[in-house]
Design a protein. Structure first.
Length: 317
């Protein structure tokens, strides 16, 4: 359930599944590519290393810190255009650049990056004390502390159950309501300890607060809704033969990606008893290989990579 895009080893941050992701894009040196989740630029740097001087790379991220890093490191590269935006604004960006239907490859590397987790003041990690923020774009929306102060017990239960798949959602929600009646919940450690105390027993494979932090982060940032919008927009943006590569880190994201590919691989929705051949249904996507997981060597070097899944599809029409 850890949703993290990069390692924390010393030296430059390396995205998970880096080699596999670059291979999945089947890069044309003259092509147009989109890194829709720049992070700290590991994927972008590798993509650029395969591109000619006349190619293009569109870089997008909703995190102001990531965009500052992009501008510091890539602004001088004439092949690169940088946008501070959400993935759900993909169509607007590419329409502005007159690139709809012309893109060779689009990459989504979902979840939070190691720098975001490692910066305690961002509030993403329960391992460090910090303000309970959790916003990827700190200039928009309400932070997690404000949301927790205002959300109803019923709605919090729903969020924890649906977004975090938390079986003890009702217990945790009740504990939150009881605690905030006495004092505001404003730090990561407050929430972490509250959740652990509310659990009747501790999970064997993860910290008790993992699912709660994930659920709140997803709803604060609207991540699943943005992903659904972005996938549709990516399909329109790709040229025929263009590749879509998506790395997800938990089951809800991966389910959305998997079902999206399956739906467009089936093509037009027609009654099952109609005597039509598959190619006449006009499938718009084709899966490329099976879902890709990190190797044992990668997960040993970077435990945060263990839940990563890469799915690849190619546009057909």
């Amino acid at each position: 359930m850890v949703a993290c895009r990069m390692t924390t080893a010393s030296g430059p941050h390396q995205p998970v599944l880096l080699r596999e992701t670059i291979e999945s894009l089947s890069i044309d040196p003259q092509g147009i590519y989109v890194d829709a989740t720049f992070g700290r630029g590991g994927h972008s740097r590798q993509i650029l290393s395969h591109l000619s001087p006349t190619a293009r790379l569109i870089v997008i991220d909703k995190d102001p810190t990531a965009i500052s890093h992009a501008r510091e490191t890539l602004a001088q590269d004439k092949r690169v255009t940088i946008f501070h935006a959400s993935i759900s604004e993909l169509h607007a960006i590419l329409e502005q650049e007159r690139l709809i239907g012309k893109v060779n490859g689009i990459l989504f590397d979902l979840g939070v990056s190691s720098p975001q987790l490692d910066e305690a003041h961002r509030g993403f990690s329960f391992m460090r004390e910090g303000q309970l923020d959790m916003r990827m774009n700190t200039a928009r929306g309400v932070d997690a502390a404000t949301w927790l102060a205002e959300v109803s017990e019923e709605e919090l239960t729903r969020v924890l159950f649906e977004y975090g798949e938390e079986r003890f959602a009702r217990r945790i929600s009740r504990a939150v309501v009881e605690m905030r009646a006495e004092a505001p919940i404003v730090t990561t450690t407050q929430l972490r300890d509250l959740v652990a105390k509310a659990m009747p027993f501790k999970p064997k494979d993860k910290h008790p607060a993992t699912r709660t932090f994930l659920a709140i982060r997803l709803v604060i940032n609207g991540e699943l809704e943005e992903l659904q919008l972005a996938l549709d927009q990516a399909l329109e943006a790709l040229k025929v033969g263009g590749r879509l590569s998506v790395i997800s880190f938990h089951s809800l994201e991966d389910r959305i990606v998997k079902r999206f590919i399956q739906r467009h691989e089936r093509g037009d929705e027609l009654p099952r008893d109609l005597p039509v051949k598959h190619h006449t249904l006009q499938p718009r996507l084709k899966r490329v290989g099976r879902a890709v997981h990190p190797t044992e060597e990668e997960t040993a070097a970077n435990p945060r990579a263990r839940s990563a899944i890469l799915r690849i599809a190619e546009k057909q029409l």
